[in-house]
Design a protein around this ligand. Structure first.
Ligand SMILES: Cc1cc2nc3c(=O)[nH]c(=O)nc-3n(C[C@H](O)[C@H](O)[C@H](O)COP(=O)(O)OP(=O)(O)OC[C@H]3O[C@@H](n4cnc5c(N)ncnc54)[C@H](O)[C@@H]3O)c2cc1C
Length: 401
């Protein structure tokens, strides 16, 4: 290939930025030209600001990957809360019962299970890394459509500009325009739950433990924050999420204290509020000639195990490896058979996680007494299952080697 191979990444979220950083750091970077486009203005982050509402659990394996590309030091220098224990229980039992699931970093030979990080901080740190390689960056530039071109596609921006791309990477999130314009169908189903999110001040210290209580209306996640507060993700009915959005602080604090079974004592509302509809989605194809999807553009999973961003990160690593290897071997990275290597690598793993999360959510939302008893027995067995427990947790931590 004489002319540089032009990759246009649509979407500067975690998945798009990690893909960009890896391509810019790859052995074949001399053969690449990279453009990154995002619909929003360039985000600004300052650690002097209040801790933002949107946070993610970044598994320890994902943190290692972010370290390898150079983004992690800026995250740690700002603020992130390591958690070394996880506690999961269901409303018919208590957090200290023998059938509660307990995960301790030491049991899995890792320094911590993961970190709770603001999404905006992660994006900021990744932009810092990507910026070192001076790719073409277009912020506040939503794409409108794709047009077929001789050797790839024309990416058409809403303001009328057109960019010629040998490969378009759709990293534009759950409502991906790239996916839609490429005519890629996705299977979707509604969880019939909404995620209500806020920060709380608890009576007792969080002690760097991530907690989740399964209620029949949906899971209640309580994640430790760097400033001592907790971030709550309450997956519940639309009506309850609406109620939580409008309730007075003391009413909401009381409701969440009850929902948490007072595991951290009384809870007090101490942050802004937000609501996100929860819908599972899986693209029928991840690739077409000249097009590849990564992150939420390819799959959206229930946030109950905090896996969405982590899966996007793994997609990015896989796709960047496939592109670099193809360039090294003189292949055209936009060819469908080449891109299929990425799809084969990630499609099955993501589908397995998606169905596992959907099943888990249904299992805990059941009213059936028989299923409830089986579930309690299953949790006890899982706690004592040795190798199975090791395997499942290492997959979730992204440390399966
Ligand atoms: C309540 C909640 C809690 C969660 N908790 C966790 C957690 O603890 N751990 C975890 O791993 N995951 C979690 N997730 C999931 C995680 O937030 C997502 O999986 C992740 O942010 C997806 O990253 P992405 O880069 O694929 O997409 P996005 O973050 O959605 O980024 C897409 C980017 O594309 C841009 N874009 C969109 N349309 C266009 C267009 N037309 N033109 C140009 N640009 C465009 C957007 O501006 C955006 O910057 C949670 C999700 C929810 C809802």
């Amino acid at each position: 290939m004489n002319k540089a191979f032009h990759v246009v990444i649509v979407g500067a979220g975690v998945a798009g930025l990690v893909t960009a950083a890896l391509l810019m750091q790859g052995k074949q970077r001399e053969q690449l030209k990279l453009t990154l486009i995002d619909a929003n203005a360039r985000p600004l982050y300052s650690a002097a600001d209040e801790l933002a509402l949107r946070v993610s659990a970044i598994a320890t394996g994902s943190a290692e990957l972010l370290q390898a590309i150079g983004a992690w030091p800026a995250v740690i220098a700002a603020r992130a809360c390591a958690y070394d224990r996880m506690l999961v229980w269901d409303e018919s039992s208590t957090a200290d019962s023998s059938d509660a699931l307990r995960f301790d970093a030491a049991d899995f030979a890792v320094p911590q299970l993961g970190f709770i990080v603001e999404n905006a901080l992660l994006v900021d740190a990744l932009l810092g890394v990507v910026g070192r390689y001076a790719p073409e960056l277009f912020f506040a530039s939503p794409i409108a459509s794709l047009e077929a071109a001789k050797n790839g596609h024309l990416v058409v921006l809403r303001d009328g500009r057109k960019l010629e791309a040998d490969l378009v990477i759709g990293a534009d999130g759950a409502h991906s325009v790239v996916r839609e314009c490429a005519g890629i169908e996705s299977r979707e189903w509604d969880y019939e739950q909404f995620a209500f999110v806020t920060h709380l001040q608890a009576e007792q210290p969080h002690a760097n433990v991530a907690r989740q209580r399964f209620l029949s209306s949906g899971p209640l996640g309580m994640l430790p924050l760097a400033d001592g507060r907790i971030s709550v993700v309450w997956s519940t009915s639309e009506a309850q999420a609406q109620w939580a959005t409008n309730a007075a602080d003391d009413e909401l604090g009381a409701a969440l204290s009850i929902a948490s079974d007072f595991v951290l004592g009384r809870l007090r509302v101490a942050g802004p509020r937000g609501v996100f509809p929860l819908r599972a989605r899986h693209a029928e194809d991840y690739v077409k000639a000249g097009i590849a999807l990564v992150g939420d553009a390819a799959h959206a999973v229930h946030p109950l195990a905090g896996q969405g961003a982590n899966l996007g990160l793994q997609d990015a690593f896989s796709l960047a490896n496939v592109i670099s290897a193809a360039l090294e071997q003189g292949e055209h990275p936009g060819d469908r058979p080449v891109l299929r290597r990425y799809e084969r690598d990630r499609g099955g793993a993501n589908a397995a996680m998606l169905h596992f999360m959907t099943g888990l959510n249904r299992l805990f939302a059941t009213d059936s007494t028989l299923l409830k008893e089986l579930r309690t027995t299953g949790m006890w067995l899982f706690n004592h299952s040795g190798p199975l427990r090791q395997r499942v947790v290492h997959v979730a931590l992204g440390t399966r080697r």
